[in-house]
Design a protein around this ligand. Structure first.
Ligand SMILES: [Zn+2]
Length: 190
């Protein structure tokens, strides 16, 4: 006799749910059975929320944080000092820093760190966007809040050199004269 299993549709659902972070086989099965047996439209609401969120949320054009507008809430906040810029690896690093309340400037997330072993080079990160901002915005201090591991350090060193070059270029341009290059500070996270 063949071993009885759930219908293919349920097995597929379980397999899909297992793609989610933190969902193991047991949880995936529990959630799938809840979805199938629910007597209200909650599963449909969840499905709609997933679709709508996926459609509406995208990276902020400036800092890379999550937003449904072109510019995120942090970048649009005119009460924040615009001369302080904190560079982070991922957009998910921004909220933990916000919660500490220690930093009130603005952010720039790179979307990763330089990692030759993982084939991630500078061109894969939001570095051109960063250089654009350094050219356009009057930033007097850059705070590097990248991870303290080898790749994080390498990325910081790379950006320190690059931002130095950018400010030299600025100083030569009479139209956008900047009295001095931005100060650079490193803080450890993670
Ligand atoms: Zn932003």
């Amino acid at each position: 006799m063949r071993k009885t299993e759930y219908p293919v549709a349920i097995r597929n659902l379980i397999a899909q749910l297992r793609q989610m972070p933190g969902v193991g086989p047991r949880s995936a099965e529990r959630i799938a059975l809840w979805i199938v047996r629910a007597r209200n439209d909650q599963p449909a609401q969840i499905s709609r929320a997933i679709t709508e969120t996926r459609q509406a949320v995208h990276p902020c054009a400036l800092c890379g944080f999550f937003t449904t507008e072109e510019i995120c809430e942090i970048c649009a906040d005119s009460s924040r000092p615009t001369e302080l810029l904190c560079i982070v690896e991922q957009p998910t690093d921004i909220l933990p820093l916000e919660k500490t309340g220690a930093f009130r400037g603005r952010y720039h997330s790179l979307g990763g760190k330089i990692s030759p072993l993982d084939h991630v080079g500078p061109e894969d990160l939001r570095i051109n966007e960063l250089l654009d901002r350094l050219d356009r915005e009057r930033i007097s201090e850059i705070i590097f809040a990248l991870p303290a591991d080898v790749e994080g350090e390498a990325t910081t060193n790379y950006l320190v050199k690059l931002s130095g070059r950018s400010s030299e270029r600025q100083a030569c341009d009479a139209n956008s004269y900047r009295p001095r290059p931005p100060r650079r500070r490193r803080v450890g996270i993670g």
